[in-house]
Design a protein around this ligand. Structure first.
Ligand code: ARG
Ligand code: ZN
Length: 872
């Protein structure tokens, strides 16, 4: 039963004001709602009132104080319908719900005994009968009643206005949120929590109280999130002119959470993994992730909350824009080129794979069965790339004017993607009609490019041809408006040449616009033969093919003025070498390492590059997943063998250089999550990984020593991973055991302990996953554990894709179990199986068989939608 974008109708009845009273109890929480409602002026007077509601037991219902009898309304599993209602009325309801048995983690549930909520997208209907859609916006007044001992802290959105103790000894707090909001932004938290408090003075001089609520044992893990929040608040004022609009801003950490975090108005709820950090328990990557997510949720206060989505098809309106905003914030706060390299490298691996698979969908889908399946890389990350293209097309200043116009014009409203792009067109006078296709057309566009230098006329002819492959439901594609940022690097001078196009000098680094299927750009006055540097800074989310020779790539690696393309040239060079080795492996021919890669790496290692974080990225080979993306049919074993061969060849040829880099970057300065320190650690650890690929005694000793320093989790985890992933079980087994015992009390560290073990290349991993699923620290009910153990195993390519099919069966078993417990997580966990078309015949059959087995179960709509598409 899909929902279609084209069926959108405005709501017949609005809620103007919502009053809720929660009387908390694990199995019988009572929710009393008092809704002030009005018929929409243009709606039919005979329109019935249809409210959403699921898993609710209705105890009482009244309109304007008059109790309704059974005959006055109809109930289904999903709706409550009242046939006749006045034009304006008050609806009162009383329902009972059971938070302790809510394992789906949608609506009101319990996590570690604490009560919390997750309402986006459609969780509010598990709390009370309501028009659960984002274009219904109301002010909220919420009273939470709880046990004074078990739930000393009672939180909801907005400001606390009243509190006290009732006759029965239970206490309560009443909260008021003056900003009208859709119910998906509602939140409630109750439990035995402790807070860390700070303050922020806004640009207009208002004082905002900032609170971070955690369980007592986590009080020492809040500094970084709080500091990140303050930086994000300042950044949004300085960059977008956006100021916070309540006197209180709260963040709560919970252990059981389906995603990263949620931007509920004034009361953000976070997966503890996305907010808690301590040098001893969290890696640099975790620190950066926390900073980005804290900023992301805070930025939603404007891009999402003040201006929200009309319907869930517009999800990318808030998510694409907010991801773009958090990416820019992180780039400004840390190393901008590294942030871009990491984002693009993830994007090209994971989003491109989504685009190429059976669940491919546009940034604005035109139908869905289950909206939670659409919190995807396409909606979020590709959505952000499209907003980035708008910023680049308009330039920052016009883009900022468009953003100001958007926030001003639509403040307090629920709007569409057209409204957003319309503001950008209005302030810039740029015609964005063809650009809109990015929102409706699925799939990754590919550009086939070739160029020729005409010595006689000093011209360079660049031809670009675009095509977007067919995706499910979209066989024919239209040409997109693709901005290609580029330069021509002179092979003699090593410099960017001035670009002259149609007689105009357009600079040394310029954007050309590909809008037709095929276009040839003729650059004149090109004094020397150039190598083109195309798609600089990844100016559009496309695949670019250009017949670069290895010499061209080695040249760009050292001469391109664009840092991103210098890195990309290195990746392309490595990929060419890997291609040869994959073929050699398949044909049983002896593998020979390409010397040009070794020499390029030698140059990198010995040159004095000041950005160590960029250098670390440049020394990192493309991942197995990314290499697989480039192959027509994925040969898991050949890819693994080829990549290992390259790593070892580089390590053997450049052992002294790697050792020198390692030693030069060891430091015993106290840990700080600064860009400088992180850069130094990542460079040092990349070097250590190369050294360990030889597994000689000296490297093993270095790893053991680094593990033993116990200085910070970044270094400890990296050393432990290298040991566990080596064949030196004599050393790694005791280290792993010691680590597991030392951190048994800390669930976030135990997640890492699980992941380290199940990502090792040795063939005993599947059995280890089965064994660890019985470990006391593991639970199918905790999404972080499922991701750390089963999700991580499915990323372990050679082991997950075992030829006996046991890896697939293990995943399918987990999906079937989770389908009952937590459909959202179950549906996500299937992803690796949905990519069956990419593998050889034998594996295809095994993967399909598991999908068929899942399909025979009684399925949630979440899992059903994914499996159905995967087998279509
Ligand atoms: N809006 C949240 C965010 O991006 C994510 C909400 C996820 N909801 C869900 N049902 N998974 O920050
Ligand atoms: Zn978001």
């Amino acid at each position: 039963q899909p929902v279609y974008l084209s069926d959108y109708q405005p709501p017949a009845y609005h809620v103007i004001h919502t009053e809720l009273t929660f009387d908390l109890d694990p199995t019988e929480t009572r929710v009393k709602a008092r809704l002030t409602m009005q018929r929409h002026p243009s709606a039919d007077a005979a329109a019935p009132l249809v409210l959403d509601g699921e898993h609710l037991s209705l105890r009482a219902l009244a309109i304007d104080g008059q109790a309704l009898s059974d005959a006055d309304y109809q109930l289904t599993d999903e709706t409550l319908t009242i046939t006749r209602v006045p034009a304006a009325f008050t609806l009162e309801s009383d329902v009972a719900i059971s938070p302790s048995s809510n394992t789906a983690l949608e609506g009101l549930y319990q996590s570690n005994g604490m009560y919390c909520t997750q309402c986006e997208a459609e969780g509010f209907r598990r709390i009370t009968y309501y028009p659960d859609r984002p274009d219904v916006m109301a002010t909220f007044k919420v009273t939470v009643i709880g046990d004074a001992q078990k739930e000393p802290v009672l939180l909801a959105n907005g400001n606390p206005v009243e509190q006290g103790t009732r006759e029965d000894g239970r206490h309560f707090v009443t909260w008021e949120d003056p900003h009208p909001k859709p119910c998906y932004l509602f939140a409630l938290v109750a439990g035995d929590l402790q807070k860390v408090e700070d303050h922020f003075t806004t640009m207009s001089g208002r004082d905002v109280t900032l609170q971070l609520w955690v369980e007592k044992e986590n009080l020492d893990k809040t500094d970084h999130a709080m500091a990140s929040l303050k930086r994000a608040m300042r950044w949004d004022e300085e960059t977008y002119g956006r100021e916070y609009d309540l006197d209180l801003f709260m963040i709560v950490a919970v252990n059981d959470f389906n995603m990263g975090a949620m931007e509920n108005k004034g009361l953000n709820i976070f997966n503890s993994a996305a907010v808690l950090t301590h040098p001893k328990t969290a890696t640099d990557a975790a620190f950066q992730n926390v900073e980005g997510i804290v900023a992301h949720e805070y930025f939603h206060n404007w891009s999402g909350n003040r201006v929200t989505c009309r319907d869930w098809f517009q999800l990318s309106l808030k998510e694409g824009f907010t991801v773009f905003r958090d990416q820019c914030f992180s780039a400004d706060t840390n190393s901008a080129p590294v942030k871009r390299i990491q984002d693009v490298s993830f994007f090209r691996t994971a989003q491109f794979a989504e685009d190429a698979g059976p669940t491919a969908h546009p940034i604005r889908p035109d139908h869905y069965i289950e909206i939670t399946n659409f919190y995807t890389l396409t909606i979020y990350e590709k959505g952000a790339e499209v907003v980035r293209m708008l910023r680049n097309l308009l330039g920052w200043e016009a883009f900022r004017r468009g953003s100001d116009l958007y926030f001003e014009r639509f403040d307090g409203q629920a709007v569409t993607i057209e409204d957003f792009v319309g503001c950008m067109a209005e302030v810039s006078d740029i015609d964005l009609s063809q650009f809109m296709r990015w929102y409706s057309q699925a799939g990754t566009p590919e550009i086939d490019a070739h160029g020729e230098y005409d010595y006689a006329n000093a011209e360079y002819h660049l031809t670009l041809r675009q095509r977007t492959p067919a995706t499910p439901g979209q066989p024919d594609k239209q040409p997109l408006h693709i901005p290609v940022r580029m330069g021509l690097v002179g092979t003699k001078s090593g410099q960017d040449l001035t670009l002259t196009l149609d007689g105009n000098k357009i600079g040394k680094d310029a954007v050309i616009h590909l809008t037709d299927d095929e276009q040839t750009f003729i650059f004149t006055e090109v004094a020397e033969a150039p190598v083109p540097s195309l798609l600089r800074d990844f100016s559009a989310p496309v695949k670019l093919h250009f017949p670069y020779s290895r010499e061209d790539l080695a040249f760009l690696l050292t001469h391109d003025s664009d840092g991103f393309n210098r890195w990309d040239a290195g990746q392309r060079l490595a990929l060419l070498a890997l291609d040869d080795l994959i073929a050699a492996h398949r044909n049983g021919v002896e593998k020979v390492m390409d010397n040009r890669v070794i020499e390029a790496f030698r140059l990198l290692l010995t040159s004095s590059m000041d950005d160590k974080a960029v250098l670390a990225e440049m020394l990192t080979l493309p991942s197995e997943a990314y290499i697989a993306e480039q192959q027509p049919i994925v040969d898991v074993d050949a890819i693994h063998a080829a990549r290992e061969f390259v790593r070892q060849s580089l390590a053997l040829a450049l052992r002294d250089e790697f050792l020198a880099v390692y030693k030069a970057n060891v430091s015993d300065a106290p840990y700080a999550p600064t860009p400088e320190q992180m850069a130094q650690r990542s460079l040092k650890n990349v070097a250590l990984a190369y050294l360990m690929s030889i597994e000689d005694d000296e490297s093993v000793a270095l790893c053991e020593a680094q593990f033993a320093t116990d200085h910070n989790m970044t270094d400890v985890r990296h050393a432990l991973t290298l040991l566990v992933h080596s064949d030196r079980d004599d050393v790694s087994a005791p280290a792993l055991k010691a680590f597991g015992e030392a951190w048994a009390h800390d669930p976030l560290v135990m997640d890492q302990w699980f992941t380290i073990q199940v990502t090792r290349p040795q063939p005993d991993v599947l059995e280890r996953v089965e064994y660890l699923m019985q470990h006391p620290a593991f639970s199918m009910k905790n999404p972080n554990k499922v991701r750390a153990l089963i999700g991580a195993f499915a990323q372990n390519r050679i082991n997950f894709h075992r030829l006996d099919g046991k890896g697939y069966a293990l995943l399918a078993d987990a999906v079937i179990e989770l389908n009952r417990l937590n459909p959202e997580i179950a549906a996500r966990l299937i992803t690796p199986l949905t990519r069956w078309q990419r593998f050889d015949e034998t594996r295809q059959q095994l993967m399909r068989a598991e999908l068929e087995r899942i399909k025979r179960e009684p399925l949630s709509s979440n899992v059903f939608e994914v499996v159905e598409k995967a087998l279509a």
